[in-house]
Write a protein that binds this ligand. Structure first.
Ligand code: KG4
Ligand code: ZN
Length: 343
């Protein structure tokens, strides 16, 4: 079964073709970073308009790369939410129109489920059950994952997400958007520990996170003066270390609490090198299996949407249930992952 995946929830237009038998056939991505950069963040209306410009050319490109005609597509999956309403509507409208024209199953996918299942696309895919740390621009959650759609929330951020902490710290330091990669780059020439930032909720005894105090601490430190490029790099390194320390400690606590031996990290922040290194160390020390998506699949992309859609459709068929077809549609800008039904 050939599934076309369409992702337009925020500032990346992603399209991919996933085949149940052969895996990922082709994928294309257009990032709007250059367009939003001068505004210091995503401008929703500009995002929607750019998705309109990019989506069909990217779809043609993916079909050509895979050597597949449009009418060979068996199903269409698109991001239904959460995300920016206007941006989601572009993907939903194109997906539903294509699905209607082709007369094939058409399915709205939860963006975070896409991230969560993306490590299963790698050759060395983890088996269920596992603990997942979902770290994106809008979410920081620890989940117990027993199967597709079987997600139990173990803990989450009570305020800012980890990606948001990177983005806001970067903005305070005058670095570009998105902030995660910018902080990570500057941190390479810095030394953590020269400035001391808090590790919020590190010893709270629960599996929740809080990152909003961190940006205040960064702002306070900047207000006291950072005269040299070296001191800016040191503060970036400490901000990154503070976020990573908390993410690592809570993930390992979740592993202990559940008794599971596999930890999956997904979402944009999972691209962070320090986070990967720290978890690789923990894995070597504790004999824990730690799985990341391939770097290209960490941030938003169409492949994870095609894949999650294909798994959902397969599950519906195996259960003898009806698969959804194109028709009236809506998007869900706010959509808690726990509301998803098991597959
Ligand atoms: O999953 P994603 O692409 O979009 C959302 O669904 O939010 O995540 C974007 C977030 C941004 O906050 C960005 O700064 C962060 O992921 N990010 C990183 C890195 N690459 C992206 N954070 C830390 N280190 C990175 N290398
Ligand atoms: Zn995302």
């Amino acid at each position: 079964m050939l599934t076309l995946g369409i992702e337009t929830s925020c500032d990346e237009t992603g399209v991919a073709l996933y085949d149940d038998a052969r895996g990922l056939l082709a994928q294309a991505l257009h990032s709007q970073v250059a367009m939003h950069e001068r505004y210091g963040g995503v401008v929703p209306e500009l995002a929607s308009r750019d998705h309109i410009r990019r989506l069909l050319p990217l779809t043609r490109q993916v079909l050509a790369e895979a050597g597949v005609a449009l009418d060979a597509v068996d199903a269409i999956a698109y991001t239904e939410g959460p995300g920016l309403a206007g941006a989601l509507l572009v993907g939903a409208a194109v997906a539903q129109s294509l699905g209607f024209a082709l007369g094939v199953p058409t399915l709205g996918v939860h963006h975070l489920e896409g991230h969560l299942l993306s490590p299963l696309l790698s050759a060395d895919a983890p088996d269920f059950p596992f603990v997942a740390l979902l770290v994106s621009g809008g979410h920081t959650q620890l989940l117990r994952v027993d199967g597709v759609g079987r997600y139990a929330l173990l803990g989450e951020s009570v305020d800012d997400a980890a990606g948001e902490a990177f983005d806001k710290s970067a903005k305070l330091l005058g670095l570009g958007y998105p902030g995660g990669p910018a902080i990570a780059r500057l941190a390479e020439s810095g030394t953590p520990g020269r400035f001391e930032l808090p590790r919020p909720k590190l010893h709270s005894g629960d599996l929740d996170f809080s990152f909003s105090g961190l940006k205040t601490a960064v702002a306070t430190r900047i207000a006291r003066g950072l005269p040299t490029e070296q001191s800016r790099a040191d503060l970036a390194a400490e901000a990154q270390a503070a976020i990573v320390d908390v993410l690592v400690a809570k993930s390992l606590a979740a592993v202990r609490a559940t008794g599971l031996r596999t930890l999956v990290i997904a979402g944009g922040v999972s691209a962070n090198r320090r986070l990967r290194e720290r978890l690789a160390d923990a894995s070597a020390r504790d004999g824990l299996r730690v799985c990341f998506p391939e770097p290209a699949l960490c941030t938003d992309n169409g492949a994870m949407i095609a894949f999650a859609g294909a798994l959902r459709l397969r599950a519906l068929r195996e259960a003898g249930l009806a698969v959804p077809h194109a028709g009236g549609f809506d998007v869900r800008p706010r959509w808690p992952l726990e509301q998803l039904a098991p597959a």
